[in-house]
Design a protein around this ligand. Structure first.
Ligand code: 1PR
Length: 553
């Protein structure tokens, strides 16, 4: 069939292209309005901002032909932004009109009872009644969502009842997870990032004859009601710190409190060498196959290189995105850079390169600290120039993670310094009993301390438009002593965006503990997975035993 993919110029479409190739289908990219006439089947994927998507389509003369294509009755499959553009408008960008095929607006999630964006693996409830025997989506599976805006499910509203094919619950809100009517099928989640369940959905849709894709058998739809608890699962993230070793090979390494060099010689003479725990792409594929809900690749020596010349890391992302169909966050060096020949690149260009290579989110580290320092010097008024602001404007805030590297600063009980309101005291009976401390931000992988607290940082980056916090702890990194629960609670109480707890995991029980004692949405580990001391399945089994939602493979 004449399958075309529409790339509106922002957002990661590479993953979808890779998954379609993996499923053995050929496709062409839409490059001109004329391609809509040639297309017999069209997929419009995309993560990003509503306004950017509409403006790109408009400026390339694709908006009207896209509407005509959909109205012509030929099969259309929209993903995320490809679903949202079908609606009349989005409160993400008041004044920007959508295609208006579904006559009601997309609006922001209510953040009063939950973190926004909605990020992670959630279940769907299919509304076809009676169920179709060969529905492309699968009610027993979890799919990966990443969005701040959603079409509310409101069965009293005719258009909602008519279009909503499945719903998902986040907090107490039910929203439209997929729409299906005549030739249109569109999903709010990302099948290309939803592991085997997502590939199966794509495969089933692509495997249907065009006639069937254009003419859905009539079904009535049941009315969904919110349940007592939503289906969003706790995410388990595997993190790979990547750098070149002394032989010039790109390896996954792992520090103890950020020191990645071997200490003891033991049998081999390796003292001082960069710890080598494997090859990045091979490890990424292994973790995805083992059930990791998300992968994180951090280029930990980026501050010494220009990322645009850092071809090995880009090559890693390109190769990993061909093998891995779960979300991929790339960090290290996301900032304005200058090539050795003097060519300047903005952080937005750097991020764009990684998104096009296959990253779903970028993680900003040192640059986020500098941006918040500037923000505070400017009376907490964002000026639109920081990496966080420019990237989130184009790709959406859900694509911007801020990686935080805090370190404890112990103080006397009577401490009266500038961070006194953020001082944490050790709990009675704990190893830190009788101690008090605050958390200081660092840059360049912990090498330099800044006069900024972790609370000031996370509040600042939320204001600038970050979508998620990756919360490391230099004190706990590589220790296996468990997550720093005081730090995680401090940060969770300071922001409304999701938080990934990181550093210190040593046992499956540490994951249960972090989800029982804090509201973090995800937990990340590195060392225990690299050294194969604990498997991802063991972690998930421990969470299941504590009655927590986790994604099955
Ligand atoms: O400043 O934007 O270029 O980003 C640099 C990135 O590299 C930051 O995300 C920073 O956290 C990371 N980084 C820099 N140096 C190191 C290092 O280890 N020497 N790694 C480093 C940070 C911490 C976590 C680790 C968890 C879990 N690594 O990534 O995976 O602590 O470890 P564990 O489970 O073994 O305890 P920029």
């Amino acid at each position: 069939m004449g399958l075309f993919l529409l790339d509106y110029g922002a957002g990661n479409v590479q993953s979808l292209a890779n998954s379609i190739k993996k499923l053995g289908h050929e496709f062409q990219w839409v490059t001109s309005p004329d391609d809509f006439r040639k297309a017999t089947t069209l997929i419009f994927p995309g993560v990003g901002a509503f306004q950017t998507a509409i403006e790109h389509l408009h400026s390339r003369g694709l908006l009207v032909p896209l509407r005509e294509y959909i109205r012509s009755g030929k099969p259309y499959f929209g993903i995320c932004i490809g679903m949202q553009v079908l609606f009349e408008s989005s409160t993400e960008s008041p004044g920007t009109k959508g295609l208006g095929i579904i006559p009601y607006p997309v609006e922001k999630f209510d953040s009063s009872d939950k973190s926004v964006p909605h990020i992670g693996w959630n279940s769907i409830q299919i509304l076809d009644d009676p169920p179709l025997p060969d529905n492309v989506a699968d009610e027993g599976s979890c799919y990966y969502f990443v969005h701040s805006y959603r079409a509310k499910y409101d069965p009293a509203l005719h258009a909602s009842a008519e279009w909503a094919h499945s719903v998902t619950q986040y907090g107490q809100e039910l929203f439209v997870a997929s729409v299906r009517k005549d030739n249109v099928f569109a999903v709010q989640f990302h099948p290309e990032k939803s592991g085997p369940a997502g590939l199966s959905l794509l495969s089933r849709w692509l495997g249907k004859p065009e006639f069937e894709l254009s003419h859905n058998p009539y079904t009535t739809r049941k009315i969904a009601q919110p349940k007592s608890r939503h289906g969003l699962t706790k995410r388990i993230v595997a993190c790979m710190d990547v750098r070149t070793n002394d032989q010039g090979d790109l390896v996954v390494t792992k520090g103890d409190q950020y020191d990645v060099r071997e200490k003891s010689t033991h049998a081999t003479n390796t003292a001082g060498a960069v710890r080598n725990l494997g090859k990045p792409v091979a490890l990424a594929a292994r973790y995805a196959a083992a059930g990791a809900d998300e992968l994180c690749l951090l280029n930990i020596t980026s501050f010494r290189h220009s990322p645009l010349n850092d071809q090995p890391m880009l090559a890693v992302v390109l190769a990993a995105s061909k093998e891995v169909f779960v979300p991929l966050t790339i960090g290290g060096g996301i900032r304005d850079t200058v090539d050795p020949d003097g060519t300047r690149h903005t952080a937005l260009e750097v991020a764009g390169l990684y998104f096009r290579a296959g990253a779903d989110k970028v993680s900003v580290g040192s640059e986020a600290v500098y941006a918040v320092e500037r923000l505070r010097a400017n009376g907490n008024r964002p000026d639109g120039t920081s990496a966080i602001e420019t990237i989130s404007l184009v790709y959406g805030k859900q694509a911007v993670v801020v990686s935080v590297d805090p370190r404890r600063v112990y103080v006397d009980p009577g401490y009266d310094g500038p961070f006194k309101s953020e001082v944490v005291s050790g709990s009675p009976g704990g190893s830190d009993e009788s101690k008090a401390w605050w958390y200081q931000c660092t840059v360049s992988g912990g090498r330099e301390n800044r006069q900024l607290s972790v609370v000031q940082l996370v509040r600042g980056v939320q204001l600038l438009g970050a979508g998620e916090i990756l919360l490391n702890s230099i004190d706990r990194d590589g220790t296996g002593a468990g997550f720093d629960l005081d730090l995680i609670n401090l940060v969770k109480n300071a922001v409304q965006i999701p938080v990934i707890a990181s550093s210190g995991a040593g046992t499956p029980a540490h994951f249960t503990q972090v989800f029982c004692k804090t509201d973090s949405e995800a937990a990340l580990a590195a060392g225990i997975f690299h050294r194969q001391e604990v498997t991802i399945e063991e972690v998930k089994n421990a969470l299941r035993e504590s009655d927590m939602n986790v994604r099955a493979l």
